[in-house]
Write a protein that binds this ligand. Structure first.
Ligand code: ZN
Length: 349
């Protein structure tokens, strides 16, 4: 009997393993005199790093995680990655001591053209090289930090492609020239992408990171990898802890792939297929859209969420969570990003 129980436990434990999940933290400014909405203070950053250490998290570089996932390997049970967008000068000034103290790998996504044009606001190559000694990896955030999916008036699709591709490749050429050839990792300005942009980046060997939340798993689309914003109201460690421990759904597909909704679809729906629903009760999944809590409609391994309220103009995300059976206190987390444009096809930063 005891053997049977053992056998049953063994079989049920091999029957399902949650996907290896990495919470990527996303920062911008470090300081208390910078726009709060995109800032953490040096104290908050240090508190985050201390929390990772106290909770025995493994912090890996993006390249290391990519390599493991591409080779079908796992990451430790609690793994995080750290990313900082834009390369503001305050990251060096306020962050240096924290980076030195913890020596965690982290990635700074830079805009080389802006570094040249506004050198008083951005770190220079010397500072980036110095930070490399304390764990920094330097990657691509485009040259110009445009809303990359915006087409100029009367711009042909071909002209748009050439314009944005040059903006990415010129930035990469400068990074490689300054620092030696770096892995092709791209963070979308404002977290905005469309299918054409994703395809172009994939063709040129890039993986790419958004700003919708959720952990990175082997199942994540390689040109729409989620990250958890960790600035401002998201810096709170109580809510951040849940995200850092979250699990990624074993995605097969998520539709629509485009973030931008059509003008006549301002209450869109989205549809997600997963490989398995063995580790959670689909009826316990809740999706949060603005102030609404929405119940997804399940059919087999696929769920659909229909929004009720009109999306506001600009970027929105719908977050869905459901508790894991096998891992006490951990939630599966999926986020779907949308953009609604105004009548001119634009939206604010
Ligand atoms: Zn940015």
């Amino acid at each position: 009997m005891r053997f049977m129980i053992f056998l049953f436990a063994l079989l049920s434990s091999v029957a399902w393993a949650a996907p290896s999940s990495v919470a990527i933290l996303q920062y911008h400014h470090i300081g208390d005199d910078t726009p709060r909405v995109t800032s953490v203070t040096a104290e908050e950053l240090e508190a985050h790093f201390a929390w990772l250490k106290e909770n025995n998290f493994t912090v890996l570089s993006l390249a290391e995680i990519q390599q493991r996932f591409e080779n079908g390997k796992s990451v430790p049970e609690y793994t995080a990655a750290i990313t900082i967008d834009d390369g503001w000068r305050n990251v060096y000034r306020e962050g240096l001591e924290v980076f030195k103290k913890y020596n965690y790998p982290f990635t700074i996504f830079v805009n080389p053209k802006l570094m040249r044009e506004a050198s008083s606001q951005y770190m220079g190559w010397e500072q980036l090289r110095e930070l490399q000694k304390y764990g920094a990896h330097i990657a691509n955030h485009s040259n110009s930090h445009w809303h990359m999916t915006w087409r100029h008036q009367d711009e042909t699709e071909q002209a748009w492609r050439e314009r944005v591709l040059a903006d990415v490749l010129d930035a990469q050429a400068e990074i490689d020239e300054q620092l030696g050839e770096q892995p092709r990792q791209f963070a979308y300005p404002y977290g905005e992408y469309d299918v054409a942009l994703e395809e172009m980046l994939a063709e040129h060997g890039f993986i790419a990171f958004g700003q919708h939340s959720g952990p990175w798993t082997q199942h994540s689309p390689s040109t729409a990898i989620p990250r958890f914003p960790a600035s401002a109201q998201y810096a709170n460690l109580e809510s951040l802890a849940t995200k850092l421990k979250s699990l990624g759904l074993p995605l097969v597909s998520a539709e629509p792939k485009a973030m931008l909704v059509a003008p006549d679809e301002v209450t869109p729906s989205f549809r997600v297929e997963v490989t398995s629903i063995d580790d959670f009760n689909p009826n316990q999944m809740n999706c949060f859209a603005g102030g609404d809590v929405l119940q997804p409609q399940w059919e087999g391994n696929t769920f659909t969420v229909q929004l009720k309220k009109e999306l506001p103009v600009g970027r929105s995300r719908v977050n869905c969570t459901v508790p894991s059976f096998s891992q006490q206190g951990r939630f599966y987390w999926y986020s779907h990003p949308f953009i609604r444009a105004d009548q001119k096809g634009r939206w604010p930063d």
